[in-house]
Design a protein around this ligand. Structure first.
Ligand SMILES: [Ca+2]
Length: 263
């Protein structure tokens, strides 16, 4: 019995070692993929999928390197459209205060609406992310049609689908962190084998930055917006049983976005 327990213990240690491979980054965070030490902290969860995340020199928006999808080990900025691929790249970030943060990054992508595209999330570090995992961010959730893109519980979505933007653009989004702790900034690429829709250009990302937002709040929130509210929180991240009658609080909407309001 003792031997068996030792084996289990060793297995747990190995699993833990892999899970803690990254050194969490702190905010403010910036990454232009030019620093090899920082690059090594990114997890490229490619599994055996053919279209893979890669940090390399095939494309970038400054310096010599960027983060992008490439087919197999060719390290070119292109994809194989006839393969299924559901792959993730992520970096663990420590958010040591609740509140609003501004995330921005440069991106360009081919692909096609609903078929071949990227999504971007902040995901609590406690959730395991595995290559090939698609249902949570793609289809298969009860009540959702094939092409809808529901956001799994606990995942914070950073806008919608990323595709059909051939030239470099900059995305800026504000997110509200309701529970402090470690989150993974997750980039997801989806490739469906049944469609060659869109160009063979996949997605590339460069110049990521995360910083604390200058605090802002909405006054006189509209009744239309409140119809889509699914939860309310106070400013220290505690869930409230109902909407407050006055004060400053945070609304969570059914599409996963949040808004701080003054009433
Ligand atoms: Ca770069």
């Amino acid at each position: 019995m003792k031997k068996k327990l030792n084996i289990i213990f060793i297995a747990l240690c190995v699993a833990t070692a892999f899970a803690q491979a990254q050194t969490p980054a702190t905010v403010p965070y910036s990454c232009n993929f030019e620093n090899e030490t920082e690059n090594a902290n990114w997890t490229l969860e490619n599994g055996t999928e053919s279209n893979k995340w890669n940090i390399g020199t095939a494309t970038q928006n400054g310096g010599s390197k960027g983060l992008y999808i490439s087919y197999d080990a060719k390290y070119e900025f292109s994809r194989e459209p006839w393969d299924n691929s559901y792959v993730y790249a992520y970096r663990t970030i420590t958010f040591d205060e609740i509140g609003e943060y501004v995330i921005d990054f440069d991106w360009k992508a081919g692909g096609f609406l609903n078929y071949n595209y990227a999504r971007v999330f902040l995901v609590p570090n406690s959730i395991t992310i595995t290559a090939g995992m698609s249902k949570a961010v793609d289809y298969g959730l009860a009540g959702h049609a094939f092409f809808e893109t529901p956001t799994p519980e606990g995942w914070i979505t950073i806008d919608g689908q990323y595709h059909s933007q051939i030239n470099w653009d900059t995305k800026t989004e504000t997110v509200n962190i309701l529970n402090k702790g470690n989150y993974n900034l997750v980039l997801f690429w989806k490739n469906i084998a049944t469609s060659s829709y869109g160009t063979n250009q996949p997605i590339a990302v460069d110049n990521i930055s995360i910083k604390k937002a200058t605090s802002t709040a909405t006054e006189n929130i509209s009744s239309t917006a409140l119809k889509n509210a699914v939860a309310y929180y106070n400013l220290i991240g505690q869930k409230l049983s109902k909407e407050p009658t006055n004060g400053v609080y945070i609304i969570v909407y059914d599409n996963g976005t949040t808004e701080k309001v003054i009433k």
